[in-house]
Design a protein around this ligand. Structure first.
Ligand SMILES: Cc1cc2nc3c(=O)[nH]c(=O)nc-3n(C[C@H](O)[C@H](O)[C@H](O)COP(=O)(O)O)c2cc1C
Length: 314
């Protein structure tokens, strides 16, 4: 067996720079019980015949079910299905207890909610090191194009957004008055444009001056007020599945920013508190510099109005 000199954690970080969607892949086991796992390794393979693939960890509980299955279904999750993803990423519990589904091809469960679904006949399986690669021939498919897909990037759940260049490109063509420029005047574009430009400015400074990346920033920002935080609380706040959050946490332990006080609880170290304070000061300074571009009362109103909007939108 070949042995690489790669640091596995660092290698996973490199891989996490490749964003994917999130799927729940389902089948029935030999006893006819529904089985499902969260998987981001799904991809298309061939148009003739129509083939897709994914890979399952050989250590997964459901390996034998998928290894022997004649059919499986790929449920591509929408952006509101983070809890479904977390549920099917857990081990051994009755994952279908809280899932609304019906029987699809060969009985494989198809979830009521989805961004897309592919019902497959197992076409081939291949050995893939510590994973088994499953190739399926797509027999049926359907999709909801009003549902935005859930994205998984850098260990965090995310949503797909139009590229920031889109906001710049939407500046008026011949007409210049704001009322003649629908896109440049529409609230959704304005909010997105402001978010993209501010974060594009802030994140590199956080990295340069405090040595932290956006995922660490989200964890640290929470821990400024809760210096001891449960992993289960952090997963919801920073939108990382538990396995990815633990990887981020291990990384932060190595950097001396946090420590585990038990398996479930993270605490800011003295060095972490110092970094968090520096990070917070930098973030506040950047916010102040941005808001200083308008009169103080307008800046105050802007934040108050945004809070009202968020509250009203639920
Ligand atoms: C976003 C995300 C993507 C995942 N992708 C895969 C994958 O492609 N293959 C895999 O075997 N496990 C993947 N996992 C981990 C499994 O979902 C997890 O190990 C699950 O517990 C397996 O279930 P089982 O042990 O009951 O079979 C992923 C987890 C998450 C949160």
């Amino acid at each position: 067996m070949s042995q690489t000199a790669f640091d596995p954690k660092d290698f996973r970080r490199a891989l996490s720079q490749f964003p994917t969607g999130v799927t729940v892949i389902t089948t029935l086991d030999a006893e006819g019980n529904p089985v499902g796992v969260t998987a981001s390794s799904f991809n298309s393979v061939s148009m003739d015949p129509i083939l897709v693939l994914w890979s399952i960890d050989k250590g997964a509980h459901s390996l034998s079910a998928f290894e022997n299955a004649e059919n499986f279904a790929v449920n591509v999750l929408g952006k509101d299905q983070v809890s479904t993803s977390n549920n099917f990423a857990s081990r051994g519990e009755d994952k279908f207890a809280n899932a609304a589904y019906s029987a699809g091809l060969g009985g494989s469960p198809i979830l009521d909610e989805y961004a897309a679904q592919f019902e497959c006949k197992t076409w081939a399986t291949y050995d893939g090191g510590d994973h088994l690669i499953l190739v399926g021939e797509v027999i049926n498919y359907r999709y909801n194009d009003s549902v935005e897909p859930l994205v998984f990037a850098r260990g965090s759940y995310a949503v797909s957004a139009q590229h920031p260049e889109m906001v710049k490109a939407s500046s008026p063509c011949e007409k210049t008055a704001a009322e003649d420029n629908f896109v440049g005047d529409y609230l959704l574009y304005l909010l997105r444009g402001a978010y993209q430009s501010f974060s594009a400015d802030l994140y590199p400074k956080l990295k340069q001056e405090c040595g932290i990346n956006p995922e660490e920033w989200r964890i640290m920002a929470r821990m400024i007020s809760c210096t001891e935080s449960k992993i289960s609380d952090l997963t919801e706040i920073v939108m990382q599945p538990e396995v990815a959050l633990r990887q981020s946490a291990d990384w932060m332990v190595e950097k001396g920013l946090v420590e585990f006080i038990d398996n479930e609880t993270l605490k800011l170290t003295a060095q972490g508190t110092e970094t968090a304070t520096k990070m917070q000061a930098l973030a506040i300074k950047e916010e102040a510099a941005l808001l200083a571009q308008m009169p103080a009362d307008q800046a105050e109103h802007l934040k108050a109005n945004l809070k009202t909007l968020i509250e009203k939108l639920g």
